[in-house]
Write a protein that binds this ligand. Structure first.
Ligand code: BES
Ligand code: ZN
Ligand code: ZN
Length: 490
């Protein structure tokens, strides 16, 4: 599906069908010519409600307001509805809000999301009849735009949305087809396509790096672990950023085995790693002037005679010892070594990690929201602002000294679980904090995407399954810090 901006007005533009938004139930707007028919059809123009007037060649969709979230959702719904009609050429006008750029991007992004369906394992494939969408240079409220700039916004939004869909595809892939080795191969393929540097470490490499925690988690799996280090290094880089992703291609819980109902969906425990791949794809395709290093800890948490055990004591890359009391708290062990690696090898200006780390984060914030944790208030605030502008939900969870004490161990430097059942998302982050060196404390952000990364029921414009959580918010934050850097120069 190609999305193009045209200089022509809506009436001058030829198409099989037009998408018309009814904003805030305003049926009186001049663009709405079929008010009576719509009323007869019982169409109320609620957010994401659609009404197809086939003979008039129009699809009406409701949008609560001109807020970018509402426009994104309306366009995703409209495209999803139009896919059933077989229309190939679609036209629409502009629905600009407070910030024109944001709404143009939301329209394009929504459309790419509306065209997404995961059908790899279905005999009957999804239909994608829409070939082109023409966005006519005519605004709902008569606003005007800079044509060239607007084309750039569409181009950016399509790239980011496609990178998000790419992340969804990898997360949705079943565990036997997306083993740690396969995930590493995905990264190698991306590196080749997008001209990135790529290093892959196998078990021997992990041993050389003294990654005792990562290796212990990997031991019981028949599929060997992989650490992937991708790097995008533009010449004009304004920052150097490391992004680390939890890549558990399957989390059975290990010897602290998950109950059957909780094990289903654990193919999604690689979503942090997949978000890192999506971000690497987007940042390189957008040519952003930031050096980005993507580090992925890919492995499986399985059972077996050589599995690591509750009561074991592991040694991480930074020399810290970890008492294991639950093998299902494995993600933090893999991340601990990967975070040490990122600090040592990259020495970044900012260090972010993405992980489906805790069920507790889902309990705290609900399924649709990413948990943001870290020591630096301004960094957390800036990131959550970027996420909101990108159309992703976040909530900040605060550290405190009492929770910090709950992961103390009598026999090792730290314990891999908390001594109480409350505040699990924060205690997991405080565990990671043990592997953040002093100089990086205020450069680090931990993003727990356990909720939104994979939701079994469709929500808004997100289909059932993977959502690509983390990709859009991070790209938006990159754009935001680049703007700040520019301001500082002026
Ligand atoms: N991968 C899970 C966390 C998870 C839960 C992700 C639900 C997505 C949805 C993680 O490895 C895990 O099992 N965490 C445990 C930690 C506990 C043993 C301290 C949890 O959250 O129950
Ligand atoms: Zn687990
Ligand atoms: Zn896990």
């Amino acid at each position: 599906m190609q999305i193009e901006l045209t200089q022509k007005s809506r009436t001058e533009t030829e198409a099989d069908i037009e998408i018309l938004c009814i904003v805030d139930k305003n049926f009186d707007h001049a663009w709405v010519q079929e008010r009576e028919i719509l009323e007869l059809a019982g169409f109320k123009a609620e957010q994401d409600e659609t009404c197809l007037l086939a003979e008039r060649r129009r699809l009406y969709v409701g949008a609560q307001s001109l807020h970018h979230d509402d426009i994104r959702s309306a366009y995703a719904t409209a495209i999803r509805a139009l896919r059933k009609t077989g229309a190939e050429l679609v036209k629409t006008g502009l629905y600009l809000g407070k910030c024109s750029a944001q709404n143009i991007k939301a329209m394009a992004e929504g459309m790419v999301f509306g065209d997404y369906e995961y059908d790899v394992y279905r005999s009957e494939k999804a239909k994608h009849p829409i070939k082109r969408v023409l966005i006519c240079n005519e605004d709902f409220n008569g606003k005007t735009i800079d044509f060239t700039k607007a084309q750039g916004y569409i181009d950016t939004a399509v790239k980011v949305a496609q990178a998000t869909n790419y992340t969804k595809n990898i997360v949705n892939t079943p565990p036997d087809d997306m083993t740690p080795e396969m995930l590493a191969l995905k990264a190698v393929a991306l590196a080749e396509e997008n001209d990135l540097e790529c290093i892959v470490l196998d078990e021997k490499g992990l041993e050389t790096e003294n990654m005792g925690a990562f290796l212990a988690v990997s031991r019981a799996s028949d599929h060997p672990p992989r650490l992937v280090h991708l790097a995008y290094k533009p010449q004009n880089a304004k920052y150097k950023i490391a992004i680390v992703g939890k890549g558990l291609t399957y989390d059975s819980g290990g010897l602290s085995l998950k109950p059957a109902e909780y094990m289903v969906t654990m193919k999604s425990d690689k979503a942090g790693a997949c978000a890192v791949l999506g971000i690497m794809k987007a940042v390189s395709e957008l040519n952003l002037p930031i050096e980005v290093h993507g580090i992925i800890g890919a492995t499986e948490n399985m059972i077996g005679g050589n599995a690591y055990k509750p009561d074991d004591v592991l040694k991480a890359k930074n020399g810290k010892t970890i008492e294991i009391r639950n093998t299902d708290a494995e993600g933090r062990l893999v991340l601990a070594d990967c975070l040490c690696y990122a600090q040592e090898k990259v020495a970044p200006d900012y260090l972010l990690d993405f992980a489906t780390l805790t069920g507790a984060c889902v309990v705290a914030l609900g399924e649709y929201t990413t948990g943001i944790m870290g020591h630096d208030r301004a960094l957390k605030h800036g990131f959550s602002k970027a996420a909101a502008n990108a159309g992703e939900l976040t909530g900040t969870l605060q550290f405190n000294r009492y929770l910090k004490k709950l992961i103390k161990s009598d026999i090792a430097d730290v314990c891999n679980i908390s001594s109480t059942r409350y505040g699990g998302a924060i205690t997991a982050a405080l565990f990671l904090d043990h592997f953040i060196e002093k100089e990086y404390k205020h450069k680090w952000l931990h993003l727990d995407i356990a909720g939104p990364a994979y939701v079994e029921k469709a929500w808004g414009y997100n289909p059932a399954g993977a959502s690509g959580a983390g990709v859009r918010m991070t790209i938006k934050w990159f754009e935001q810090i680049l703007k700040q850097a520019e301001k500082q120069v002026q």
